[in-house]
Design a protein around this ligand. Structure first.
Ligand SMILES: CC(C)(COP(=O)(O)OP(=O)(O)OC[C@H]1O[C@@H](n2cnc3c(N)ncnc32)[C@H](O)[C@@H]1OP(=O)(O)O)[C@@H](O)C(=O)NCCC(=O)NCCS
Length: 137
């Protein structure tokens, strides 16, 4: 996928939080630690450093949600990262993002901490992040 395609899917999927621009995706993917997987329907971006991997974002275009694509995409980046040596996966999720929390739990993630006021919503409202982890593969 190109950064512009990622930005397009991200903008369609993220209605509560600010989507990332094509320039932001391009900058993120310009370092050798950050990778992407998926297609215009659903994609994920993750950073892999030695045995640790962190999910930076995942998005499914609203036209394709609830079809199992995000779950497949999670499994794909888990197996790619594990093949590259990752043993532990981490992510942050906004505490009001019920869909993503349910997705991550269904993929075996458990809560490992909180970041108070981590996300900034419109009108200056701050939302806590839940930190989640799981072992790989
Ligand atoms: C979260 C998101 C990626 C899920 O994508 P998806 O392709 O629709 O998810 P899947 O179809 O693979 O769902 C897998 C499981 O996740 C959970 N889930 C997904 N969407 C859900 C929803 N709206 N409400 C409750 N649970 C949900 C369910 O457990 C689901 O399994 P089921 O359909 O058998 O019940 C999608 O809703 C999205 O793009 N949201 C906006 C972006 C976002 O919040 N990204 C995550 C934070 S970075």
């Amino acid at each position: 996928m190109t950064p512009a395609q990622m930005a397009e899917t991200h903008a369609a999927a993220f209605t509560e939080a600010r989507p990332w621009s094509a320039d932001e995706f391009e900058a993120l993917l310009s370092n050798r630690f950050t990778h992407q997987t998926g297609d215009r329907r659903c994609f994920a971006v993750y950073t892999l450093i030695t045995e640790q991997v962190e999910l930076l974002t995942i998005a499914t275009h609203p036209d394709f949600q609830r079809q199992g694509l995000a779950k497949q995409c999670m499994e794909l980046w888990h197996s790619k990262a594990a093949a590259q040596g990752a043993e532990h996966a981490f992510l942050d999720v906004a505490e009001d993002n019920a869909a993503a929390i349910a997705l991550y739990r269904s993929c075996g993630y458990v809560t490992c901490g909180f970041r108070r006021g981590y996300y900034l919503r419109e009108a200056g409202v701050r939302v806590d992040a839940i930190a989640m982890e799981r072992a790989l593969p």
